[in-house]
Every structure is written in C-alpha cells, then in structure tokens.
Design a protein around this ligand. Structure first.
Ligand SMILES: NC(=O)c1ccc[n+]([C@@H]2O[C@H](COP(=O)([O-])OP(=O)(O)OC[C@H]3O[C@@H](n4cnc5c(N)ncnc54)[C@H](O)[C@@H]3O)[C@@H](O)[C@H]2O)c1
Ligand SMILES: [Zn+2]
Length: 375
C-alpha cells in the first residue's frame, strides 16, 4: 500500500494483487479518468487495439472520456466501442455471443485488450468475453459502482448466468489493471451506492477491527460520498479481498469462503423476496445481522458485536431488519446453497470483530431463531 500525490493530480492509492504471473495493480484515486489513458498505456505498453465495452448508463460520461483520452494519448491504438444494456439480464449467453461476434468483426486478435466500464454486470460479462476469446486476451476493469470497486472487480471471477442459475458459467480470469475513480460514483443512484457500503462493512467484521472502528467514525463522510473517505474505504476493502483471494485464488482451500459472511442468509432473502425487491447489499446487511445473531445464540460471539454492526449499518442507512423474512421459505433455499455439506447447514460466523469462523452442524431451529430475531 502507498499513498502518494501523483504529479498529474490528486493523491492516489495503489493496491497490489499478488498472484504470481497474474499479479496486477488496482489504482484508486479521484479524477483518475482524466489520466486513464496514461495508466492503461503504462500497464499495457503494446496496446494496439482497445475494445471498450460499457454499460449504456455510463457510456456517455465515463467510457466516452476514456476513449477520448486513449485516442489522444496514443495514435497507434485503434479503439472499438460497444455498449451493453444495464441490468442482470445482460449476463446471458445471448449477450456473451453477441460480444464475441463483435470482437471478431472488429478484427480482435490475441493482442487486443478489453476495457470494461460499468458495474459488476459488465465486469463479469466483459471479463468472461476476455477469458474466452482466443482462450484469453488481456483485460482492464474500470468499475463504476461501489460494489464493483470493492468486490466484483477484485478476485478474477468472471461469468454469466443460465436461466434460473446465477453465475453458473464462467472462468477465473485476472485483469491486467483495475482503475478506480471515486468521482465516477457521483452519478450512481443513492440506493445502489449505499448498498455497496454493506460489502465494505463486511470486510471490517471479517478481517479488520481497526477498519471497522474507522468506518464507525467516518460513516457520515462515506454516506456523503467524500472522495478522500471513499478512497481509503475502497483501498482497505480491496486490500482485504486481495489478501483473501491471494490465499485461495481458485476457491480450493476454503479461505475464500469468509467473504461469504452474511451471504447464505442474503441469498435466501433475495430468492424468497423476489430478486430486485432488495438490492444485493441490502440483503447482505440483513444477512449479516442474522449471522451475528446466530453467532450469539451458538455462544460464539456477544451482543456488543451485533450492536456495533447494527449501529454502523444504521449510520450507513442500510436496513437491519426484514419484517417479511420467512424462515419456512428461506430454509429450503439455504439447503441448496453451495456452502451446505452433506445436508448440513454451514455458516461463516463472527467470533469477535475482525475474526470469523466456518461453523458446521448448525441446527434448523437455530437458523429459524436467528431469522426471526431480525424480522
Ligand atoms: N465477480 C465477482 O467476484 C462478483 C462479486 C460480487 C458481485 N458480482 C456480480 O456483480 C453484479 C452486480 O454488480 P453491481 O451491483 O455493480 O450491479 P450493476 O452492474 O447491474 O450496476 C447497477 C446499476 O447501476 C448502473 N450504474 C453503474 N455504474 C453507474 C454510475 N457510475 N452511474 C450511474 N449508474 C451506474 C447500472 O446501469 C445498473 O443499472 C451481479 O451480477 C453479481 O453477480 C460479481
Ligand atoms: Zn456480496
């Protein structure tokens, strides 16, 4: 980690993601878009063909700027540009095929570089196109939602959905560079922004008590989208995820599972309340409350942790209860979750702020009680 003023503009932070020959850097700053071309050319000096794939909602303000800067910065770089409709339905086989065909028509080859500009949907989709075209081409992520900045653009998971089966097809494919500009968040709708804060809080609970305290002190600045506060929170979040991913790149050791804190409950909430009613981060906020309650009931944790988590979620204007949560419909969904082993529910539960453990043999009764406590 370093925090140095760049000659071109405001202070920037760089997070190094150490993955042997797949290592890369995440640049975090405010106003970086103006410097995006320089940074991309620095990371990829032989850039001859850039394929910019953008969410249609961010094409005009943000992808456009990157393209302009890129063409001004390098006369040798050819730029192809494509937009994708906003929303989860774009993570489909049809859209994947359309983009691959487009890359081919644009004369893409093994040296071409995909630049994804958008939230997690675009990162996952365009990343999978990059992973697949000629068995893999280089790839730059420019995440434009808070969730994409602190979560989906770190870790190398790319992919699309099958009908009724989310993220069922995909590949591990690391980007060559991630460019994060907090100013890009200025156009993000409020609910989506706040929803991303739930994942930020998650990192404090699972890995970093000092960061959790910092979040408690700075919640107001974050909610107000103060650039400096955002940059720090994004940096610590990316460092946390990068550390966990570095220990378990392909989800084989089980270490990566700690990132799923609150998520077994959240997935069941999303499935039973109907996708779209709650944003993912909102479901995660409530899911973390249920998980913390379960930890207390199992004698692993105390009320103080739950109280501090509740207060911080409240300060970030996130929900902490779900009156319509229904254990009868949620339980079967949880049994189908990936974390179930031999028909037994397993959870990532906090023991104290900054530490979690994988807990198996959790009875249905305990789960129902934890759900009911958050209604
Ligand atoms: N690969 C991973 O490790 C990983 C991790 C977590 C989530 N995900 C995936 O991420 C996706 C969710 O990502 P998301 O929450 O970023 O959703 P998203 O990409 O759908 O973006 C949310 C909405 O915000 C709009 N938007 C994006 N940036 C904007 C901006 N700067 N200004 C205005 N509008 C903007 C989009 O058009 C969209 O309507 C899911 O598909 C999920 O599966 C992947
Ligand atoms: Zn999540």
């Amino acid at each position: 980690m370093n925090m140095v003023p760049t000659p071109q503009g405001p202070p920037s932070s760089t997070v190094h993601v150490p993955l042997d020959d797949r290592s890369y850097e995440i640049d975090i700053t405010s106003g970086l878009i103006k410097n995006a071309a320089n940074r991309i050319l620095q990371a990829i000096p032989d850039l001859s063909h850039a394929l910019v794939i953008a969410d249609v909602a961010v094409d005009e303000p943000w992808a456009n700027q990157i393209c302009l800067e890129l063409s001004a910065g390098s006369k040798e770089t050819r730029i192809s540009r494509q937009t994708v409709s906003s929303g989860e339905p774009s993570k489909s086989i049809a859209e994947f095929e359309r983009l691959l065909t487009w890359v081919l028509e644009e004369g893409g080859d093994r040296r071409s570089v995909i630049i994804a500009v958008g939230g997690g949907v675009i990162g996952d989709l365009a990343g999978y196109v990059a992973a697949s075209f000629t068995r893999g081409i280089r790839f730059v992520q420019v995440p434009t939602t808070l969730l994409a900045m602190v979560d989906s653009s770190v870790g190398g998971k790319t992919g699309i959905n099958l009908p009724g089966a989310k993220n069922m097809v995909g590949a591990f494919w690391q980007p060559n560079l991630v460019l994060i500009d907090t100013e890009v968040l200025s156009t993000l709708p409020e609910r989506s922004f706040l929803s991303g804060l739930a994942e930020v809080i998650k990192y404090g609970v699972i890995d970093d008590p000092e960061f959790f305290s910092w979040l408690e002190t700075n919640a107001k600045s974050l909610v107000a989208r103060d650039n400096e506060a955002l940059r720090y929170a994004i940096q610590i979040s990316c460092e946390c995820k990068a550390r966990v991913v570095g220990e378990d790149e392909r989800e084989t050791s089980g270490r990566r599972a700690i990132l799923n804190y609150g998520h077994t409950f959240a997935h069941a909430i999303e499935a039973t309340t109907g996708y779209g009613k709650l944003l993912h981060g909102e479901a995660v906020a409530i899911g973390m409350q249920m998980a913390a309650r379960l930890a207390i009931d199992l004698g692993l944790s105390d009320e103080t942790l739950l109280q501090r988590q509740t207060d911080l979620l409240n300060a970030c204007q996130l929900p902490t209860r779900l009156p319509e949560a229904d254990p009868v419909t949620m339980l079967p969904v949880m049994m189908r979750d990936k974390k179930v082993a031999h028909g037994e529910l397993r959870f990532i539960l906090p023991t104290q702020l900054g530490s979690v453990q994988l807990v198996g043999e959790v009875s249905d009764d305990a789960v129902v009680k934890a759900i009911n406590a958050s209604r």
